[in-house]
Write a protein that binds this ligand. Structure first.
Ligand code: ZN
Length: 77
């Protein structure tokens, strides 16, 4: 089995947005600071988009460690 089968994602699912490397929040490209965790490291290589409205009631939010409502990437590459 090849270990090189995974293709890099060249285009984010949502043009004009990037994902925080720390908490996976999706923020507009022009932002230089994450509104959720205050992080400053971002990537355009992210996959999947999830919108969390009520983190306290969402098992997905708990699984991903999300405590604040907003848009998040499911996977940051
Ligand atoms: Zn963040």
């Amino acid at each position: 089995m090849s270990t090189r089968g995974r293709r890099p994602v060249r285009r984010s699912p949502l043009p004009g947005y990037k994902a925080c490397r720390n908490c996976k929040a999706i923020v507009p490209e022009e932002s230089d600071k994450c509104p959720v965790c205050g992080g400053t490291e971002f990537t355009k290589d992210w996959m999947g988009l999830i919108i969390i409205l009520k983190p306290e009631e969402s098992c997905i939010a708990k699984k991903l460690g999300i405590t604040k409502e907003g848009m998040y990437a499911i996977e940051v590459l």
